[in-house]
Structure formats: structure tokens, C-alpha cells
Ligand binder design. Structure first.
Ligand SMILES: [Zn+2]
Length: 91
């Protein structure tokens, strides 16, 4: 169950609330009673997202490096034994 952080834009009161995905976002501030509460992006959920983002970036760059290396070795490998007219080894 994720912890959501809320901040009241009317009085600046900040608080955390355990909620399920199905729960409605809190709108009413428990400190001043005004419906000016907004859910904050930062917090536990944000850190978790950031961490998985780092992992995805690492994984993607690693995969890109691997595929680039593969492409390079394929390009430098001879595709024919000099039988074609466009092969530079023949001329
Ligand atoms: Zn408030």
C-alpha cells in the first residue's frame, strides 16, 4: 500500500496518508478544513519510480552497447569471398 503525501495550498499543512489505489484523493485539509489539498509528486513513491527509472536506463544503455557492438562486428565481417563486383577486396 503506497503512502501519499499531501500538501494544503491554503495553510501549507503537509501530511501523509496510507491509501489504496482505489481510494479517492484527499481534498479536505485536516488542519484548516479547506478543500485545497493536493497530492505531492515527491515522496516514497517518487523515489521508487526514480530508482526503477535508473535501472531501466542502465539496462537500455547496456542493451544498446551490446547491439551496437554486434552491428559493428557484423559490418566488418566479410559478407562474400570476393565473388561480387562491389566487394572492395576484389579490386
Ligand atoms: Zn490547510
Amino acid at each position: 500500500m503506497p503512502t501519499y503525501e499531501y500538501e494544503c495550498s491554503a495553510c501549507g499543512h503537509q501530511f501523509e496518508k496510507f491509501q489504496t489505489m482505489n481510494d479517492q484523493p484527499i481534498r479536505k485539509c485536516p488542519a484548516c478544513g479547506k478543500k485545497k489539498v493536493q497530492r505531492m509528486i515527491s515522496g516514497g513513491a517518487g523515489v521508487l519510480f526514480k530508482g526503477s527509472g535508473f535501472y531501466q536506463t542502465d539496462y537500455r544503455s547496456q542493451g544498446y552497447k551490446e547491439s551496437a557492438k554486434k552491428d559493428k562486428s557484423q559490418a566488418s565481417a566479410p559478407t562474400c569471398s570476393g565473388a561480387c563486383n562491389s566487394c572492395p577486396a576484389k579490386s
